[in-house]
Write a protein that binds this ligand. Structure first.
Ligand code: RFL
Length: 403
């Protein structure tokens, strides 16, 4: 195929071109579609891949309220489970926090992200929404002009373009929106927490009726219920080691050891159906707008998964942007778009602060002699405050569930 043939293969228009069919892109698409704003979602993956990608599970009360407000919470109301207890296991014993009775008294709803994405996608398509699966955004051009253009490549390798009045970059950390920002247009704040986790999804029922955070001299281990048949575990892991370096037996033995199964009860073992290494990193782009291009969700800010905030922020930002786009395109009021970045950054920095605090609550660092170091002692002291001080617990509860 010649270049001229390939560039005429696809060419289309929509007022809002949304990159990415994750929680951010699909909440935005649904809200725009419901208000009659002309939009399209361009998604690199297939529909089946989008609907089976296992990621988040803990949704904040505010996220549920947003989804409820727009009639998008039916599935999670039916199949999600409320959750409001976490348990810490440390060298000093264990303690539980029933955070539903602390702080603002809010709870999480546990609902797998791929089910939420499936619900959002079904609703969007059922109401006439346009999605192009297998369509990779390559670059966003003319973001300063009145007609920004997204160049795309479809699954057969044909290239083309979509022209819009606005482009919403909801395509995650490695997407085209971030790549298309001209040098110097946006500042990137980045923090590497220096810790990696092996994230695991096990075909096994939960082993405790709480989120479990275990702090051990061999490293952190975490337990998060997903469904009655599936549980997510995390193991602090050597940076750079491949995800398949450990056998399933070694993983279960290490989880049992760090979670002190000998003292507090055995873990329900099962087949590990997914594993991935996550380096705990945070970043924030500032501002979240360049001309007609807006950044939303992971494209705007990456949070370490220590506090389960990423999907929740994605939903919140999508609602803020949807309102602003509806006001601008529907009533010629650009005020919301002008304030979009500042409003979202306020929430993002608060979430970053809490996620970073969680990283430091759950990880120490040995001193030069390999014995517990300064940061281990700080961690121990933080956990001691959390176990004993009501005001620490209220603060924790408010930020743990809040966005
Ligand atoms: P997503 O979900 O990554 O969706 C982006 C979409 O864009 C597509 N895409 C492109 N499409 C077209 N052209 C391109 N060039 C493209 N490049 C990418 C991708 O295929 C994809 O479909 O971003 P979004 O919508 O911003 O949502 C963010 C959340 O997915 C993320 O923050 C959370 O999963 C983070 N997270 C958690 N967040 C919570 O709120 N609660 C949790 O319990 C929670 N647990 C987690 C998590 C993240 C994890 N990982 C992946 C590190 C647990 C884990 C293990």
């Amino acid at each position: 195929m010649t270049d001229s043939q390939s560039t005429t293969a696809l060419r289309d228009k929509a007022d809002v071109v949304i990159l990415g069919a994750g929680p951010a892109g699909l909440v935005l698409g649904n809200l725009l579609q419901a208000s009659g704003v002309d939009c399209v979602v361009l998604e690199r993956a297939t529909r089946a891949q989008v609907q089976t990608r296992s990621r988040a599970g803990f949704l904040a009360a505010n996220t549920v309220r947003i989804l409820d407000r727009h009639g998008l919470a039916e599935g999670l109301r039916r199949r999600g489970r409320e959750h409001a207890t976490c348990e810490f296991r440390t060298e000093d014993g264990r303690f539980r926090l029933d955070y539903g009775g602390l702080g603002r008294g809010e709870r999480h709803t546990v609902y797998p992200q791929h089910e939420l994405v499936t619900d959002l996608l079904t609703r969007y398509l059922d109401t006439g929404g346009r999605v192009r699966f297998g369509t990779e955004a390559l670059t966003v051009l003319d973001t300063d002009g009145a007609r920004p253009t997204v160049t795309v490549r479809d699954a057969d390798g044909r290239t083309g373009s979509w022209q819009g009045r606005y482009v919403a970059g909801c395509d995650g950390r490695h997407g085209a929106a971030r790549r298309s920002l001209p040098p110097g247009a946006v500042r990137r704040h980045h923090l590497d927490h220096g810790v990696s986790w092996l994230g695991l999804l096990a075909e096994a029922p939960p082993s405790l009726d709480a989120v479990g955070y275990a702090v051990h001299h061999r490293g952190f281990a975490g337990h998060m219920a997903r469904t009655p048949e599936a549980t997510r575990y995390y193991l602090q892991y050597e940076r750079g080691a491949p995800p398949d370096a450990w056998s399933e037996d070694r993983i279960w033995d290490e989880l049992s050891l760090r979670m002190r199964a000998a003292d507090y009860g055995p873990l329900h073992r099962g087949r590990i159906v997914h594993r991935a290494v996550v380096d705990l990193e945070s970043d924030v782009l500032e501002p979240l707008r360049h001309g007609a291009l807006f950044l939303v969700g992971d494209a705007a800010s990456l949070l370490s998964p220590s506090a389960a905030k990423g999907a929740n922020l994605a939903v919140l930002e999508a609602e803020i942007l949807a309102r602003a786009l509806i006001a601008d395109l529907g009533h010629g009021d650009p005020e919301g778009l002008a304030r979009y970045s500042a409003r979202c950054l306020e929430h993002i920095w608060r979430a970053q602060e809490f996620s970073g605090w969680m990283v430091r609550l759950l990880h120490g660092a040995p001193g030069p002699d390999g014995e517990p170091g300064f940061h281990d002692s700080l961690r121990r002291s933080r956990l001691a405050s959390l176990s004993s001080s009501r005001s620490s617990q209220d603060w924790f509860a408010e930020h743990y569930v809040g966005v």
